[in-house]
Ligand binder design. Structure first.
Ligand code: F6R
Length: 560
């Protein structure tokens, strides 16, 4: 969370740095700030999105650093905005991560009469810079005092740009006479050479560019990047709808180049993920049990509560960003004990670097905070491990009548709560549907197992309730009929997602239905998922909200 960038150039970058900061906005959008060098270091800050900051920039500059914030320590107020300045105002820094010992450092510095202007953990980094001249040793000295995680970009009043990394992502790129340090590859579209900084590495851009580790100067080799994969181009009103609608093409492309994984040869298989990626892990568990009975999905942050048997084990880590700290923590507990696999959308992520095997889902960059195409692609990738998938089978998966979903959204958007009910795999897809509605439309949506309704949740159903019931499997049809009766007897209205006409025909006029395509039973859940993504998008739009930037969230969750 939080996006940071620094640019050193010989031409004006005042517009460019703001454009690049906008690319990073998906990492947090509570406030934004920039520091640049003219006769001295200046800071401009604003609460809210980068557009507001852009209005405050009224001069040209050729070197600067900038930050877009997802608040952790201290509210999203002006005084908590980055960048922060050292006490002598000779160094400005922006930070992504969490400094876990900041209170101790703050107390030590306060005792030496250092004055703090913010409640953030990050400000201590700036205030630790107390040398007149900046050298690699003074940067190392500051970093050695920090516990926790950080990606830092700094700028000095003498025109030195520098970066330091531990835990949070940081990349460096050069384009002719321009140098960039940033949290995301997406900022480097026009770069000639590109470098990934590893934990404990530093880059200093002064008269020349130099890389260091904790002891010495190091040589780094530039990586070739296919920037098309990371390109930032908005072709629709919002990224979310653009990304949902990209899914069929991505699936088609992926199926031409399916990556196998031999699940059978392992005694135990564990799948780890957070949020939507955990739902994918649950779906993976459901499908992969066809090959290996000892398959279990675990919420990454709960690994400490689970007893994993690492004997001949395969641990699969699912993550769109590859930077989710809870997933990385789970990985660190499995590393060396089991074979590790990263099922990811970011091949340059920490997860990709740290796992034994990488399975890229090739979903291209996902900007919208709510994950959609990446979720679907993770499921498709896992289905390829069970058996070769044929595009013929997928042709109808995305044949959903969008107008029906738009009309439905019109009916549902004013509700304060929404129920999702289903069995087995449908329940898992419902959990994901409910999460999407919650996160972008702020409706209290919850998924319940149909068999569990009568053990409690039915008390919530009355004439005002809309209940999304899904039935993707033929063997669930009879049970679903009973579920529908139970709900209707309490006055609830049904919104049915199913490919089975017999179920739809049994509904009343006041109920609604979305006909899912008549395809193989293992693929119907993907159609339901796709429909839920579209439905949540239209509900969100009806409520007048921006689906790309839901409140309180950020795309890359790099804090515990
Ligand atoms: C929901 C969503 C989050 C992420 C979760 C894990 O739409 O996007 O729940 O799925 O934060 O993120 P990654 O996949 O980057 O590890």
């Amino acid at each position: 969370m939080c996006g940071i960038i620094g640019i050193k150039s010989c031409v004006d970058i005042s517009t460019k740095i703001i454009e690049k900061l906008k690319i990073l906005e998906y990492r947090g959008y509570d406030s934004a700030g920039v520091s640049y060098l003219k006769d001295k270091l200046y800071c401009k800050k604003s609460v809210g999105k980068v557009d507001k900051l852009a209005k405050k920039i009224d001069c040209h500059f050729d070197i600067g650093i900038a930050h877009t914030r997802w608040a952790t320590h201290g509210k999203p107020t002006l005084h908590n905005c980055h960048p922060f300045l050292s006490s002598d105002k000779n160094v400005a820094i922006v930070h992504n991560g969490i400094i876990s010992n900041y209170i101790q450092i703050k107390n030590e510095l306060s005792n030496k009469n250092v004055v703090f202007d913010s409640e953030t953990d990050s400000e201590v980094i700036a205030k630790l810079f107390d040398n007149k001249t900046l050298t690699i040793d003074s940067i190392r000295k500051v970093c050695q005092k920090l516990n926790g995680s950080y990606a830092i970009v700094g700028l000095t009043a003498t025109g030195i740009l520098f970066g330091a990394k531990k835990g949070s992502p940081l990349y460096f790129a050069q384009n002719k006479d321009e140098f960039l340090i940033a949290s995301d590859i997406a900022c480097f579209e026009d770069a000639d050479s590109f470098f990934t900084l590893q934990d404990g590495e530093y880059v200093i851009v002064d008269k020349k560019v130099q890389f260091f580790d904790d002891e010495k100067i190091i040589e780094k080799i530039s990586t070739q990047l296919d920037f098309d994969k990371y390109k930032y181009a908005k072709t629709h009103e919002n990224f979310m709808i653009q990304e949902i609608l990209q899914t069929p093409t991505l699936v088609k492309r992926y199926l031409l180049n399916q990556q196998k994984l031999n699940i059978n040869k392992y005694k135990n298989v564990y799948l780890f993920g957070c949020g939507s990626a955990y739902h994918c892990a649950k779906i993976g568990e459901h499908y992969l049990r066809q090959l290996n009975k000892n398959c279990k999905a675990i919420v990454a942050s709960e690994i400490g509560e689970e007893k994993c048997d690492f004997d001949n084990a395969l641990c699969i880590f699912l993550s769109q960003s590859g930077e989710t700290i809870d997933t990385l923590n789970a990985l660190s507990l499995c590393k060396g004990k089991a074979t590790t696999v990263a099922l990811i959308n970011n091949e340059f992520s920490t997860l990709a670097r740290e796992c034994d095997i990488i399975v890229p889902i090739n979903a291209q960059k996902e900007f919208s905070v709510a994950s959609t195409k990446a979720v679907t692609m993770m499921i498709v990738a896992m289905l390829c491990w069970i058996k070769e998938q044929s595009y013929n089978d997928y042709k109808k998966v995305f044949n959903i009548n969008e107008n029906v979903l738009k009309e439905l959204a019109n009916k549902l958007y004013n509700n304060e709560s929404l129920f999702f009910v289903g069995k087995g795999i449908d329940h898992i897809i419902n959990c994901e549907g409910a999460l999407k509605v919650k996160e972008i439309a702020y409706i209290n949506a919850n998924a319940y197992l149909s068999g569990e309704l009568k053990h409690g949740p039915l008390a919530l159903i009355d004439e005002k309730a809309y209940v999304i019931v899904s039935c993707s499997q033929k063997r669930f049809v009879d049970k679903t009929k009973s579920t529908i009766c139970e709900i209707k007897a309490r006055g609830g209205k049904i919104v049915l997602f199913t490919p089975f006409l017999s179920l739809i025909e049994a509904l009343d006029n006041e109920d609604y239905s979305v006909l899912l395509p008549n395809i193989t039973s293992e693929l119907v859940p993907i159609s339901a998922l796709y429909s839920y993504q579209l439905l949540s998008y239209y509900i969100c739009k009806n409520r007048g909200l921006n689906p790309d930037f839901p409140r309180n969230l950020a795309k890359s969750v790099t804090v515990e």
